[in-house]
Design a protein around this ligand. Structure first.
Ligand code: UDP
Ligand code: MG
Length: 320
């Protein structure tokens, strides 16, 4: 068997409704490529018939390989698992719901041939995604761009093409918190964008619940920025300033109006709540960072696999 030149990675979580259409469009694209390709489907602990459908595809088409994670580890880890098993020289990551059109891949490959090692797809429009998702995504990507230590381009998801050189570097990174679009920017190399309009999901429900999206957002911010820690310092300084001003005012009142007793129950209650909020917030922010240190120190594997198929001639690079 010749090793494939192109590797496509698709994470699958409860996608029984999209798999057939997905395979149709992706395999049509693979047929048109100029060299052999492989499709790595990563089953992220689906609870529906996804794994069964993936197995059938693998039996039918030898280009389809799959990994099955032993439970739901989340999108970023599923993609990471796929990256650990790539054999191609060029790697493309896309979503299962066809929101990332496979038809864009030839244009991405063209950029790769021009010498770019990373070609990420940038969304110009998100048709038919709710206003809440669009608004929060808009704010988040801009906030991240402002705060992050590396330049993470706005409105880009995980849909991208990467050269094997970059993927090898990503695979060598030991960190547990995988915010792939951040790590991808962090490695450097020549990167370029390709614009596209994000289509609506073809079938099924969004698998990124609000909770998961919020988790991803916090992860992105905390993994790539220390600004939140600094914010609590600034808020602390501000609270100290307010306290000093209040002390001086009290002092002044005591001297200027010795007759009037100072009563300020409201002010005291407000101050207690304000300081309490500042302290809890700061502890929370600290906790986010400490929790991450804890995760890293435990040094558990990133994921566990229950099934692997289609990589017969593969060096099994099991993650640390
Ligand atoms: N996904 C996953 N594990 C999860 C959640 C999502 O592998 O825990 C996959 C899902 O099957 C899809 C991709 O991640 O291929 C993106 O999910 P979705 O379309 O629901 O989210 P969106 O990015 O459109 O908000
Ligand atoms: Mg989607």
């Amino acid at each position: 068997m010749v090793l494939p030149k192109y590797t496509l990675i698709i994470p699958i979580y409860d996608e029984e409704e999209t798999i057939a259409a997905l395979y149709g469009r992706v395999s049509a694209l693979m047929d048109r490529l100029d060299a052999p390709s492989e499709l790595i489907l990563v089953n992220d602990g689906s609870r529906d018939r996804s794994l069964q459908l993936i197995r059938e595809l693998h039996d039918r088409d030898p280009r389809v390989c799959y990994l099955s994670l032993a439970r739901n580890f989340g999108h970023q880890i599923a993609v990471t698992a796929g990256l650990n098993y790539v054999r191609g020289r060029v790697i493309v990551i896309l979503d299962a719901d066809l929101q990332d059109p496979p038809e864009l891949i030839p244009a991405m490959l063209e950029k790769w041939r021009q010498g770019y090692q990373v070609v990420y797809a940038q969304r110009t429009q998100r048709r038919k995604e709710g206003w809440f998702k669009r608004l929060t995504a808009f704010v988040f990507y801009r906030l991240l761009k402002q705060l992050a230590d590396v330049d993470i381009p706005t409105d880009t998801g995980d849909f991208c093409l990467m050269d094997r050189q970059v993927v090898d570097l990503l695979n060598a990174m030991p960190e547990r918190n995988r915010y792939i679009r951040g790590l991808r920017s962090w490695v450097g190399f020549s990167q370029t964008a390709i614009q596209f309009e994000r289509d609506p999901r073809i079938a099924g429900d969004v698998k990124y619940t609000f909770h998961k999206s919020l988790g991803l957002a916090i992860n992105g911010l905390v993994s790539f920025s220390k600004v939140p820690l600094r914010i609590s310092t600034y808020v602390g300084l501000f609270a100290a300033l307010v306290a000093i001003v209040m002390m001086l005012l009290t002092f002044y009142w005591r001297i200027a109006y010795p007759a009037s007793p100072l009563t300020g129950l409201t002010i005291i209650v407000v101050a207690i709540f304000f300081l309490g909020a500042v302290q809890l917030l700061s502890i929370g922010i600290l906790g986010e960072y400490i929790g991450r240190i804890y995760e890293e120190v435990k040094n558990r594997p990133l994921y566990t696999l229950s099934e692997v198929a289609g990589f017969e001639q593969q060096k099994f690079s099991v993650p640390q």
